[in-house]
Ligand binder design. Structure first.
Ligand code: 5AD
Ligand code: SF4
Length: 438
């Protein structure tokens, strides 16, 4: 057996939960096969990795400013590697703009990290590469919650979105691999399983092995809920288009499935939704969201919204505000449209003045803050079972209610990993503060 000298890895992760899970896979691969251990101090690292996002322009510019900084301050001889979505879309250009970078690995080439650290100027950004059955090693940042990928890539062709170009076509991971991974994580203490995919409720549409048995996302949720040690199941992101009655019914009735749904609206205007190629109308979205509210009175619904998409008129924007008033989302992630390379919408000739976009974003946020104040005040005195996951720097323990409200209580480490009943005594917009009740 060859013993490899222990080396230190510093990793920065931008972007979404999929990226966070990719980073865990990278850490596991490098730990198991190359003897790397994690460090929080960039200056002492032998390898500095940045796992990038390209969904908007901002995280792309962040990549170059971050690695420039790392290059100036890194330990002598340390390598810098770039992974993730921006690696996929910029590829070789990263070497040109930052010649000190040692390797570039795309979002669908994570399993090649071992080869990358051992090869000069390694690059692999193939978006057809199929990692859907690759057995990654075990590493998880949290003891209490386990992210589990259920698919790779995305088949949708939303006109604003670069992700299909960075993560390739959608392939589902076989059911038994997902269930085994969830079982293993739950047995080692992660009572919450968080399923990840670009389009989770399209699960089962395509496997790399064509003889895989027919199965859909509702079946997957039910299978995972049969694992005894699993107490909570969450997932992101579902697509409003695939929210059929079967899915809503499983979501509403399976007691282990947490009652919080992310429903990315993007726009409330049917005309803009058509331009975005989202595949649903304002009416369909409202029908699904209000049906969920009727089926599950305490459900929480979060959303993503893009303002100032090309051609968005004042009336179109008002339609978005109208949906927000009707649904009263518990959380809204709102973004100003950012034209992305390799996307259709970037070519549209009716781009909106960025200042109009900023003004709309601000109006939307002011309105949403009022809605949030109303929602958080309505939680006063309520009692929620809260799964305690984290001891924060402010001395409070933090956890989530079943319906995903962030709840903070006073307490110590001994309560981590427990599900406690908490009465809300001080509801704030961003967190509900409370006390344990027996
Ligand atoms: N501009 C602004 N926001 C975008 N998103 C995706 N692409 C863009 C873009 N070009 C947002 C969408 C998506 C979230 C992850 O990022 O709202 O749901
Ligand atoms: Fe995640 Fe999309 Fe960013 Fe890639 S581009 S890291 S898929 S949010």
């Amino acid at each position: 057996m060859i013993f490899k000298e222990e080396k230190k890895l510093y990793i920065e992760t931008l972007g979404c939960a999929m990226n966070a899970r990719d980073s865990e896979h990278i850490i596991a691969e490098l730990g198991d096969k190359e003897n790397y251990v994690l460090t929080d101090t960039m200056q002492e690292a032998d390898l500095i990795l940045i796992n990038t996002c390209s969904v908007r322009e901002k995280p792309v510019s962040k990549l170059f400013s971050e690695i420039g900084k790392y290059n100036k301050r890194k330990k002598e001889g340390a390598k810098i590697g770039v992974c993730g979505c921006t690696a996929s879309h910029l590829g070789e250009e990263i070497f040109r703009r930052a010649p000190y970078v040692s390797f570039v690995i795309g979002a669908r080439n994570v399993s090649k990290i071992g080869a990358a650290v051992n090869t000069e100027r390694f690059i692999s950004v193939d978006t057809d590469y199929d990692e859907s059955t690759y057995a990654f090693g075990e590493f998880r940042h949290s003891l209490y919650k386990a992210y589990v990928n259920i698919s790779i890539g995305c088949d949708k062709k939303c006109t604003y979105c670069i992700v299909p170009q960075t993560r390739g076509d959608e392939i589902s991971i076989p059911l038994d691999l997902i269930v085994n991974e969830a079982r293993k994580a739950a047995k080692s203490g992660a009572k919450e399983i968080f399923l990840l995919g670009q389009n989770v409720n399209n699960y089962g549409k395509r496997f790399s092995n064509k003889s895989e048995a027919e199965v859909d996302f509702s079946d997957l949720l039910n299978k995972i809920s049969e694992i005894e040690e699993v107490e909570r199941i969450r997932f992101t992101s579902p697509h409003p288009l695939h929210m059929d009655d079967k899915f809503l019914q499983t979501f509403a009735t399976n007691p282990k499935v947490c009652k919080s749904m992310h429903m990315p609206l993007q726009s409330g205007s049917t005309h803009i939704l058509e331009q975005m190629k989202r595949g649903y109308t304002k009416e369909w979205f409202l029908n699904r969201a209000l049906k969920l509210r009727a089926m599950i009175p305490d459900v929480s619904i979060s959303t993503d919204v893009i303002v100032a998409f090309p051609g968005e008129s004042e009336e179109d924007f008002e339609e978005t505000l109208d949906v927000m008033r009707q649904v009263k989302f518990e959380q809204v992630f709102a973004f100003k449209y950012s034209p992305r390379p390799l996307t259709k919408a970037a070519e549209f000739t009716n781009q909106i003045d960025p200042e109009i976009g900023s003004a709309r974003l601000e109006r939307l946020q002011v309105m949403q803050d009022d809605i949030l104040d109303e929602i958080s005040q309505s939680k006063m005195g309520k009692i929620y079972p809260v799964y305690i996951e984290e001891l924060r720097n402010n001395g409070f323990l933090a956890g989530r209610s079943d319906n995903n409200a962030l709840v903070q209580i006073k307490g110590d480490e001994s309560l981590l990993g427990q599900t406690l009943n908490v009465e809300i005594t001080n509801p704030k917009r961003l967190a509900l503060y409370g006390e344990i009740v027996l």
